[in-house]
Design a protein around this ligand. Structure first.
Ligand code: GYE
Length: 352
């Protein structure tokens, strides 16, 4: 139905011209041609985008990137639906997109599970589905056309390797590291990958993982979780936040508890490690040493998704999985490169 729809878009325009030409009546056909603006709107490619919500700076940047990639001027009509972090809202949005016969569906799924049925409905309607950011765990991989996003476990491995190297340089023993994980939305790829990467590093290094608590990627939850953690774990000295907004909350709670955030663990500081590096605020926190290290997560997927749609319009089959390249940021000048699984990654040093 999708290619049929595309064909319809074209035949509608040509049909109109043909009728005008055949109509004759001595009127010059040039005068009667549909106004180019009208033809243009007939040709708009409609894209239904189901976004997770607006929980973080990363998410807001991702929404903006999509909205500026899919404009009417560029030939698209974007139907944007904010699911407010609820999968049921995303399922409703997808069903509405199907009813409206959009040309493409773009889904940024809140969690990995629970998509088989609704994606089968989209396939039955012949609407290609592009998954962006987090992944879907579906039995039949043909239920979506392709996925674009980050390697969340690699982000975690990089951040944990940074901590490992930092401790070695500062001669801090692994046995002195007491770390808590403030997790993202449970069941989302970003949480699964970042929690897994940390757990493996804890096992490998012999650090103490004192707690894992949900933070839902928000500043408020990050603050609440950190306040409780500081009360119940007196030896806690590293807080691993699964995004920057949780880290902002953690910093507030550390200050409220009369403690100092930073990398000087011997002086009793509490190290904060985080992910995203999207907002200026997070970069400033790195600069003033309140966040020690950030694993970059790139939200600018709009042009990437547009490229996929343009390729599909031209019958070019996109890559099934497209991972984006990402950096690691810190203000600690002595550690300029880390090695993960035999591959070297430069650390971007944020100047003071
Ligand atoms: O890190 C976080 C957001 O799925 C990569 O979701 C995304 C994560 C991002 O809320 O800030």
């Amino acid at each position: 139905m999708h290619s049929l729809k595309k064909l319809n878009r074209i035949t509608a325009v040509f049909g109109l011209i043909a009728v005008l030409l055949a109509g004759g009546c001595g009127v010059s056909y040039e005068e009667d041609l549909p106004d180019p603006g009208q033809v243009g709107s007939e040709e708009l490619i409609t894209v239904g985008f189901s976004q997770v919500g607006a929980e973080s700076d990363w998410r807001k940047a991702n929404t903006e990137s999509m909205q500026s990639a899919f404009t009417r001027e560029r030939g698209y009509e974007l139907i944007f639906e904010d699911a407010q972090q609820k999968q049921s809202n995303q399922i409703t949005a997808i069903r509405t997109f199907i009813q409206r016969e959009v040309d493409y569906i773009v889904l940024a799924p809140v969690t990995e599970d629970g998509w088989d049925t609704v994606l089968a409905e989209a396939r039955d309607a012949n609407i290609p589905v592009i998954i962006v950011d987090r992944q879907v765990a579906v039995k039949d991989k043909d239920l979506f056309t392709c996925w674009i996003g980050s390697d969340f476990e690699l982000e975690a491995k990089k951040a944990c390797t940074w901590l490992e190297d930092y401790c070695r340089m500062k001669r801090i023993s692994a046995n002195d590291i007491y770390i808590a994980d403030i997790q993202g939305t449970i069941g989302s790829s970003a949480q699964i990958g970042r929690s897994k990467g940390l757990k493996e590093a804890v096992r490998k290094n012999g650090w103490h993982l004192v707690d894992e608590v949900p933070g839902e990627y928000t500043q408020a939850k990050g603050r609440e979780a950190t306040a409780r953690l500081l009360q119940s774990h007196k030896d806690l000295n590293v807080i691993y936040c699964e995004n920057d907004n949780e880290a902002f909350g953690a910093l507030e709670a550390i200050e409220a508890a009369g403690r100092k955030a930073g990398g000087n663990l011997r002086a009793g500081e509490i190290m904060v490690i985080s992910f995203d590096g999207v907002s200026e605020l997070a970069i400033d926190d790195l600069r003033n040493d309140s966040i020690s290290c950030i694993g970059e997560c790139n939200p600018l997927h709009g042009p990437r998704v547009r490229k996929v749609i343009d390729d599909l319009e031209n019958n070019i089959v996109p890559e099934k999985y497209e991972y984006v390249d990402e950096d690691i940021f810190s203000a600690f000048e002595d550690l300029t490169e880390i090695t993960v699984e035999g591959k070297n990654y430069p650390v971007k040093i944020i100047g003071k």
